[in-house]
Each structure stands twice: as structure tokens, then as C-alpha cells.
Unconditional design. Sequence first.
Length: 144
Amino acid sequence: MSPPADDRLLPRPTEDSRPFWDALRSHRLDLQTCADCGAVRHYPRPVCPACHSMAVAWTTASGRGAVHSWTVSHQAFHPAFEDRLPIVLATVDLEEGVRMNCRLDGVAPEEIDIGLPVEVAFEDVGEGMTLPCFRPRGVRRGGS
């Protein structure tokens, strides 16, 4: 028997990533943007990789992208995920020019292809935490 979803390993927001997680709770995908040069970056971090500035702004992303790569996991890395197998983990090229690693839902593994258009979806998992996932574009669902 697998533990309830709330027992899954959840991220621990840091000072740099807290705005990202706060936006997800509001069902928005916000990305760090350098307040000096405008470079978009993901994952959240304190220094711009383009100009080395520490000036940060946050921009709401479109949530749209395309599959760059994926892998299918047939073994749960934690007991709380056993009832979700197989799990598709994808690298998505976002329209904003950055890549994001995330779960891909709503498509059978054999139907995935490089370039598959996807959009962000949100899974409210309790304790004030919302996790992002991606779904093929046009498939509407608030979470998994």
C-alpha cells in the first residue's frame, strides 16, 4: 500500500525560489528575470548567468513549450509514487527560452515525440504546496 500523496517528498522553498513556489500556488508559472539585462533564467538562483547581476525581477511565463526530451520511469523512487507508474519525466523548452524539468501527464509514453506542444498544469498537493506538471496543449485539467 502506498502512502497518501501528501506524504510525497516535497520541495523546500529557499529565499531565491520562494516567489516561484508562491506563484505556482496561485496557478501561475513565474520565472526569474534579470532586472539589469533581461535574461530569463530557470531554476531560480541569486546570480544572472548572462551578466552576473544580482538584481532579480519575476515575470509570468506563458506556460507553453515543447518537449525537448523525456524518460519513462517504471520504478517508483518513493513509495508514494507507486500508484502513478509509469511516470514520464520531461525536459520542456519553454517559449521564454529556458528549459524546465517536470512530470508530463495526459499522454501515453508511446505517443510522446520531440517537439510535442505542451502547457503547464498545476497539482495542489496540500500544505500550501502546488507542483507544476506539463500536459499536451489543449488538454484541460487542473492537476493530477
